[in-house]
Design a protein around this ligand. Structure first.
Ligand SMILES: NC(=O)c1ccc[n+]([C@@H]2O[C@H](COP(=O)([O-])OP(=O)(O)OC[C@H]3O[C@@H](n4cnc5c(N)ncnc54)[C@H](O)[C@@H]3O)[C@@H](O)[C@H]2O)c1
Length: 356
């Protein structure tokens, strides 16, 4: 492995800590340092796991340029963000979202330029504009929406949304800050020869995700069933669909990308997700949650949708699968079951995160 020192920003978060642990077990002699300001409720729980695995942790903020005044790292994995699609809605937290999601990435890119290090940027499917996503033609089935055969937009087929999907239009503050970061990361790759890869991920799920109503839907849904908390279907009668990828499958991809050499680390974008085969609607998720936890919740249907809501997102991940000879292994059922097992195993500790 070519990297001796890896920095993971947002390394106490769900994705960052999971990647850190996987890199540690794959490359025991590589020094891994996680940076996090512990903004996300529940992120402190991951510190124990990091420590046990011998991963360095520094409590620091990516908004502060001084966070990167230290000796060089060969690779920075940027997983620090306010990842809520509702962030900034109604004017709250606007500065925090922009300064973290965009300003933090700019600090990382500057550090990478000076250190001559590579950057893996964890981006999001939320960079695709809302109106274009809402213009995808859908068929309404009994429990879910499906993508129709006939489409008028580029980059959409029954296989899902590819990298050729339009990027013009508004997309929420979260999506916009991530898209702006992508543009800057590609620019740094071109101007300064930094090795940059951009993974545009759909829903990532699995154990250690501190799910909330605005982010981390699988953990939120299962925890609500587990602890008997209220849930509602917001818009679309519960038929809204997302594809899922288990965080372990994503970590495997990161390893494949690091192993791949640098040929494609040129600011290239990959859509990453589990695809149609690993997708669920909320109605289907409720049914699975009921089977796994043995609890049936009365879930009310709210007709009005929220600012960033879309009826469907399914990844066409053929490009990334081909480029890195990688395929996600875990099904939607096993993602839900793994999450439920984790909540059961840490029932008391997690109650402090999931139950207000
Ligand atoms: N989980 C998903 O479904 C998903 C999907 C697509 C993309 N992503 C991206 O993956 C990355 C990680 O997301 P996640 O799901 O692990 O979220 P998370 O909230 O669990 O992790 C993000 C971490 O960043 C930290 N953080 C926030 N502001 C910070 C700051 N100013 N300085 C330092 N640390 C800060 C938080 O404390 C948290 O631990 C994000 O960039 C997100 O956009 C996640």
């Amino acid at each position: 492995m070519k990297f001796k020192r890896i920095m993971i920003t947002g390394g106490a978060g769900f994705v960052g800590s999971s990647i850190a642990l996987r890199l540690r077990s794959n490359w025991p002699s590589t020094r891994i340092t996680c940076i996090d300001n512990l903004h996300r409720k529940g992120s402190t729980l991951n510190l124990v796991r990091l420590k046990k695995a011998g991963i360095d942790f520094i409590r620091a903020d990516v908004r502060n340029r001084k966070t990167f005044d230290r000796s060089r790292f060969d690779l920075i994995i940027d997983a620090a963000a306010e990842p809520s699609v509702m962030a900034g809605v109604g004017g709250s937290d606007v500065k925090y979202v922009i300064d973290t999601n965009l300003g933090g990435t700019l600090n990382i890119l500057e550090a990478a330029r000076i250190w001559e290090s590579a950057v893996l940027f964890i981006s999001t499917s939320r960079v695709y504009p809302l109106q274009a996503l809402r213009n995808i033609r859908l068929d309404e089935k009994e429990t879910r929406f499906e993508i129709s055969e006939k489409q008028s937009l580029p980059g959409i087929s029954v296989k899902g949304i590819s990298e050729l999907f339009p990027t013009q239009g508004v997309r929420t503050l979260y999506g916009a800050t991530k898209y702006a970061s992508e543009i800057m990361a590609s620019e740094y790759a071109e101007q300064y020869g930094i090795k940059v890869l951009l993974d545009r991920c759909g829903v990532i799920a699995g154990p250690w995700q501190m799910g909330r109503v605005d982010q981390g839907i699988i953990a939120l849904w299962i925890s609500a069933h587990y602890y008997g908390l209220p849930l509602s279907y917001i818009g679309y009668k519960g038929k809204q669909v997302r594809d899922l990828i288990h965080v372990d499958d994503f970590a495997d991809l990161v390893i494949a990308q690091i192993n791949s050499g640098f040929d494609v680390w040129d600011g290239r974008v990959y859509n990453v997700g589990g695809g149609r085969a690993c997708s669920l609607s909320l109605l289907e998720l409720s049914e699975l949650a009921r089977e796994i936890t043995g609890r049936s919740l009365k879930i009310k249907k709210i007709a009005t949708t929220r600012v960033g809501d879309v009826p469907l997102y399914i990844t066409d991940a053929r490009k990334v699968q081909q480029a890195f000879a990688w395929k996600p292994q875990k099904s939607a059922v096993s993602i839900v079951a793994d999450t439920a097992r984790w909540i059961a195993d840490y029932r008391d500790i997690l109650a402090k995160v999931f139950c207000k």
